[in-house]
Design a protein around this ligand. Sequence first.
Ligand code: NDP
Length: 308
Amino acid sequence: MSFLYKADPVRGARWAERFAEQAPDIDFRIWPDIGDASRVEYLATWVPPQDMARQFPNLKAVFSTGAGVDQIDFSQVPAHVPIVRMLEPAIADHMVEYVVHAVLTVHREFGEYGVDQREGRWQVRPNRLARDIRVGVLGLGQLARAVLSRLRLFDYSCAGWSRSAHHIEGVACFSGEAGLEALLARSDILVCLLPLTPQTRGILGAELLGRLPAGASLVQTGRGAHLDQQALLDLLDTGHLRWAFLDVTEPEPLPPDHPLWRHPRVRITPHIASSTNPDTAVTAVLENLARLRRGERLDGEVDRERGY
Ligand code: NDP
């Protein structure tokens, strides 16, 4: 039996070390050194190999090396093979850092102070209380919950929106179309932490963003294809939106002459809001392999119908 890793080779070397320490009986291989393809039972991948069902006829599970699975074509994975997204603590910790930084930057007007500094202006802006800043999160999954629980410690007025109804202490929870309307109307800062599915593709368009209160800001940490970039530019230019933090774009990277790069009210980062830590990822994967051996459902197993 072998475990094949096909993603960033530098991180792969760390995975190999952890496997050697914690599961020396597993033949851990890094793409393209696949060995005997018929022995490959587990695949950890970001972009899966072509024709994987034929190439690896004895696959038992496909692990995404990231929290999202939108880069995997489910139809290429045999129906009996579970697709598993990465649930490990470092991903949530890093996402919390990114979103808290963006929310604090908008709230405390650090962007405006940056402009003041460049223009040699000493200007004091009034401080607003965190509890008067309404933060709305699209998604109430593992990352959104981690973000919301930390934002609550700052006393922000927190809300979230999901497909199914949830109850989270101290967070106004909304679901469904009517719930979306209500969430948008009370979001001074909108954070996108949705998975990319046919239902959420293009969701951050002119219509949705236009329903935010005037002067709202966007923190886009979902997937680039959630956002209509031209709609964002238009709403920033009319002043309806104040700031946009874009960690994900479509395509990645944006072309060098794309207007978002140089827009004064846009902050772009190269999809670094969060990343999988090889050490904690291997622990999570090995725990899942143990679950598989016990015949239990895997942590992070994707529901193919829902698409996440
Ligand atoms: P989860 O699967 O734990 O949560 C997804 C949430 O989105 C759930 O609350 C779900 O609702 C909600 N949702 C899904 N579809 C809809 C819909 N059509 N309408 C309303 N709500 C919906 O995901 P994670 O929290 O682990 O990750 C979320 C996303 O964050 C990833 O898919 C990825 O796109 C992005 N990400 C970005 C990273 C970066 O570095 N920028 C890093 C990691 C992830 P319900 O609870 O009802 O099921």
